[in-house]
Design a protein around this ligand. Structure first.
Ligand code: CA
Length: 522
């Protein structure tokens, strides 16, 4: 969930991830560049596109933009929570088998699903099972007293047995709230809520709760027909000290979902260090790679081109030892972090080269709506989730108005309609790179090899290798120009595949102006 995390950027070690490439397999054609290896687009419906004029984005608004999403090269959409909830972000659910009326009806959602499937776009929804809203009927019942049949759906303790824990929760990457036990104001029993008091944690020691949760999965996968689930707060199902119970739960969850839908896609949010994350792979075969996000920012801040290449190799190696069947869900940022362009100082040149890095590295990239037009966003959370700018204000009938944006405005971000006309816009950089990736399995499944250019520290150099195919990729992540000879062993990589910001190769000499990219092949 993480609507209020304070991410200590100190985590060179935070992580997740992992790759699926096996360099020795030559069958390039057999490896799909589509879902789940393609690009997934994360949408906050609230801010996306409004079709009924109430200022709030809606399902019909997404349906209306499916052609845009398809044209961008996206193979799946992940929806942030769409269920009824008292909060704008909807990470505290009151009804798991319905959709929020602000977004439309279930019929509207089903139409969206059908239209997406017609375009070969998969649909993944956020399913929040760690906790419910404190207004969920289960909790309203549970609060009535120890004898209520729903009491054990939640976790309760006598106040005098938890005195030592009342105000002592460790601050974690995904929660800065120190209270985990909360007083319902009805006596001496407190309930557990990892994030906050209005999000009571469900009790997964209770088999009935597990059955309820599996039924929710069945409902969405079978009755509604979605393709996959994004599992929120996956490491908090049981408290931190019960990690092995968490791992076991997710294996059980995956088994149950596979029974319902054999090809179900499950992507998990485990916000922690590499060694904490890795054991989740058997139950959560796709995991978000937050390490990629942090390391990329570190690389830009330090103008250290090879930092991300080295770190990513470590992560891929680490995960390859645990599982050979996983999806490394890479990202520049999502709804829980400042928008990437803001963290890159608002420098659009950096935003473009960051995108080039994302799409030329291994993994299954997730992009956060609006990232492709260079939307800006700085916490608090609502301000990293501002309205998409489809057109200039006077002509933007779909623009949502539920929040007054402070980061992404007509003064700071060029709307999509204008960017489409501009070959050099960040939107067109995204579109070109996604197309390149979709058409070339080497960018998706190719082995990642670090390349030594003996040039400036700000040069990022990597090879992607799949079967007989070898691509040589250079990114300049510093505000400087670098010139160097093609590295030894790569003298025959002289064919330009894609380039940006004035990067050139001539007579074996590579020149990388500030924030440029050059992709070569044999
Ligand atoms: Ca609306």
């Amino acid at each position: 969930m993480k609507t209020k995390n304070l991410l200590l950027v100190a985590l060179a070690a935070v992580s997740m991830a992992c790759g699926e490439q096996k360099a020795e397999e030559p069958a390039v054609e057999a490896k799909t560049t589509k879902f789940p290896n393609g690009v997934t687009y994360e949408i906050f419906v609230q801010s996306f596109n409004d079709t009924d004029g109430d200022g709030i984005g809606d399902f019909n608004g997404v349906t209306e933009k499916l052609d845009y999403i398809k044209d961008l090269g996206v193979s799946a959409i992940w929806f942030m929570p769409i269920m009824p909830s008292p909060s704008y972000h909807k990470y505290d659910v009151t009804d798991y088998k319905a959709v929020h009326p602000d977004y439309g009806t279930m019929e509207d959602f089903k139409r969206l699903l059908d239209e997406a499937h017609k375009r070969d776009i998969k649909i993944i929804i956020d399913l929040i099972i760690n906790h419910t809203s404190d207004e969920h009927p289960w909790f309203l019942e549970a609060k009535k007293g120890p004898d209520n049949p729903y009491r054990d759906y939640y976790v309760w303790a006598q106040k005098d047995t938890i005195q030592d824990y009342l105000n002592k929760k460790t601050i974690t990457l995904d929660s800065d709230n120190i209270r985990q036990w909360h007083d319902p104001g009805q006596g001496d029993q407190f309930y557990y809520g990892f994030f906050v008091g209005d999000m009571p944690d469900l009790n997964f020691d209770n088999p009935k709760v597990r059955e309820e949760v599996y039924e929710l999965g069945r409902f969405w996968l079978e009755d509604i027909g979605i393709d996959g689930l994004r599992m929120d707060a996956a490491k908090h199902i049981f408290p931190d000290e019960r990690a092995t119970d968490n791992h076991a739960f997710w294996k059980e969850f995956r088994d149950e979902m596979v029974k319902i839908k054999p090809d179900v896609y499950i992507v998990g949010e485990v916000y922690d260090n590499l060694d904490v994350v890795a054991p989740y792979l058997p139950g959560l075969p796709a995991l978000f790679d937050f390490d990629f996000h942090y390391t990329l920012l570190g690389a830009f801040n330090e103008s250290d081109g090879m930092k991300l290449v080295k770190r990513h190799q470590e992560i891929l190696d680490f995960y390859a030892e645990i599982s050979d069947d996983f999806v490394d869900a890479t990202l520049l940022s999502n709804h829980d972090q400042n928008r990437i362009l803001t963290d890159l100082g608002g420098d659009i040149r950096k935003g473009k080269v960051a995108a080039a890095v994302l799409f030329t590295m291994p993994g299954a990239p997730y992009i956060y709506y609006g990232e492709e037009i260079g939307m800006l966003g700085k916490k608090p959370d609502p301000n990293i989730r501002e309205p998409f700018l489809w057109d200039i204000k006077e002509k933007d009938s779909g623009r949502t108005t539920w929040i007054e944006p402070v980061n992404t405005t007509d003064e700071t971000v060029t709307p999509l309609a204008l960017q489409i006309q501009d070959d050099q816009s960040i939107y067109n950089v995204y579109k070109q790179l996604i197309a390149l990736r979709n058409d070339n399995a080497v960018l998706v499944h190719g082995e990642l090899i670090a390349v030594d250019t003996q040039s400036d520290k700000s040069v990022m150099a990597l090879e992607r290798k799949l079967g007989n195919e070898s691509w040589l990729i250079f990114h300049q992540i510093g505000d400087q120009s670098s010139t160097f000879t093609l590295p030894q062993g790569y003298e025959d990589h002289s064919e330009e595949v894609w380039k940006h910001a004035g990067a050139t190769i001539s007579d074996g000499q590579v020149t990388l102006p500030p924030f440029s990219t050059l992709i070569l092949k044999k």
